[in-house]
Structures are given as C-alpha cells and as structure tokens.
Design a protein around this ligand. Structure first.
Ligand code: NAP
Length: 245
C-alpha cells in the first residue's frame, strides 16, 4: 500500500461486517489503506474475513447491552465507525409479532445509538471521527409489510441529526446512507416474499437498475473520509434514482 493511501493510519470499526454490505465496505476500505476491526455474530464468517483482510475481529451481539459494552471496551480508539448490522422483518401489521418488532427496533435503531454512547463514554472515538449508519430508502417511503423496518430506519436518521449536532464541537460527524435495493442476501430474502411480477414492478422504479454492494461501499468511503469534512447530519440516498419519484 502506498504512503498516500486514503485511510492510512485510520482505525475503522465495522459492525455487521459479516453481512453483504458490511463485508463489501470492509474490502473497499482495506484497499484504501484502513486498519479494520470487524464485528458481527457469525464467528466463522468473521474468521474468514479477517484472514482475507488482515483485520482484527471482535464478535458481539449488539442487541444486548453486554455485547455493546464488551465491543466498546475491546475495540481500539476509532477514526471511523460503520454500523451495517440490521434485520428486516416483513409482515403486515395485523400479523406483526411483538418479538420481531422489538428485535427490529433494537438492532436497527437502539443498538447503533447506544453503541456510540458506549464508545464516547470509553473515549474510543478520536476527535474528527466519522460515524456512518446504514439506513434505507424505506425510511421515507410507505410500503405494505414494512412498518417495523421503515420506522426503525426513520428513527435512526432522526437520531443521526441530533447526534451530529451534539458531536460537531468535537469535529465528529454523523451521517446515514439510505440504499435502495442492493443485490445481497437481505434483498434476495425480501424478493422471495413477493411474486415475480411484484418484484419486476419494484425493479422498474429504479431508473439506474438495481445497485451493487460496491455502490454503497464507495458512499461509505466518501462519508468516512476527509473529502466529506463539511458534511454532517445528512442521509445520502444511494438508490439508482429510486427516491426521485
Ligand atoms: N441489502 C439491501 O438491499 C439493503 C437496502 C437498504 C438498506 N440496507 C441496510 O444495510 C444494512 C446491511 O444490510 P445487508 O444487506 O448487508 O444485510 P445482511 O447481509 O443480512 O447482514 C446483516 C448484518 O447484521 C448483523 N447482525 C444482525 N443482528 C445482529 C446482532 N444482534 N448483533 C450483531 N450483528 C448483527 C449480521 O451479523 P451475523 O450474520 O454475524 O449475525 C450481518 O452482519 C442493514 O442495516 C440493512 O437494513 C440493506
């Protein structure tokens, strides 16, 4: 890696690194010279990623306060944090299970906010650190079956705006990325729940077609880097034009 690497000497924590988007973000940032700590629950996937990328790994269930505190204690001081963990229960409200709603709000909204609280309390964020949370286009659109998921992401974006104001005096920044449909396992699982015609109709709403994990990774790299030093409290749609309509 040359001395001019974009993230030279930068420590970046990726939570949800075992997922489709988190894994691609990890590979992208590694190519740009970042020193990575990768987190998730699946230890086999974490080990495989770490071997390939020469990264530190810390397995943690961030839905529990114990898991978040252990992660905040074990990680080094970070210049960037990417929260790419998430769950997406899809059910009409009439059939929504209490446990699914709670898990969704917990993993998608409560955990990223409280993890940052724990990192701040343990002084694990450098001045100038950049925080990137994965939201979704669902946060600002109505879609049957998505009440739990959409509300978890809308709340995440609202929290990001408030946290961005609180952290601006420390030159820390907080932003969200709102991807549209990206070809990952999460998207494939969502596609399986609807008919082929409904899926084709949904795809037509993307002027640039479906996105790839690399599109989200490039946006994360921008928001983590000095290139976005004057950008905070925003949600960046990465959605092939879906939200234009
Ligand atoms: N894919 C898309 O089309 C799309 C579109 C819009 C937004 N997003 C958002 O982007 C993010 C990443 O999506 P993805 O497609 O990469 O999802 P994914 O492949 O299903 O990965 C989900 C990740 O979340 C982690 N996770 C779930 N519960 C956890 C917990 N309790 N503790 C720790 N980690 C936990 C999983 O870790 P383990 O597997 O190790 O448990 C995995 O790393 C999510 O927030 C999602 O809502 C995705």
């Amino acid at each position: 890696m040359s001395g001019s690497a974009k993230f030279e000497n930068q420590q970046i924590l990726i939570v949800g690194a075992t997922g489709g988007l988190g894994g691609e973000i990890a590979r992208h940032l590694k190519r740009e010279g970042a020193e990575l700590t990768l987190s998730g629950r699946n230890e086999d996937k974490l080990k495989a990623l770490a071997q390939g990328l020469g990264a530190h790994v810390l397995s943690a269930d961030v839905s529990t306060s114990e898991g978040r505190i252990e992660l905040a204690e074990a990680v080094g001081v970070c210049d960037g944090v990417v929260y790419a963990a998430g769950v997406a229960p899809v059910a009409p409200v009439r059939y929504l299970k209490d446990a699914d709603l709670e898990a969704c709000l917990n993993v998608n909204t409560t955990a990223p906010l409280l993890l940052i609280r724990d990192l701040l309390k343990k002084k694990k964020l450098n001045s100038g650190a950049s925080i990137v949370w994965l939201s979704s286009v669902a946060s600002s659109r109505g879609a049957g079956g998505y009440a739990a998921y959409a509300s978890s992401k809308a709340a995440l974006e609202a929290a990001a705006r408030c946290l961005a104001l609180e952290l601006a005096p420390k030159a820390m920044r907080v932003n969200c990325i709102a991807p549209g449909m990206i070809e990952t396992e999460m998207a494939a699982a969502a596609a399986e729940r609807i008919s082929g015609e409904a899926f084709a109709a949904h795809l037509k709403a993307y002027p640039l077609g479906a996105g790839q994990p690399a599109d989200v990774a490039a946006a994360a790299s921008f928001l983590l880097s000095e290139e976005s030093r004057w950008v905070t409290g925003v949600t960046l749609p990465v959605d092939g034009g879906f939200s234009i309509h």
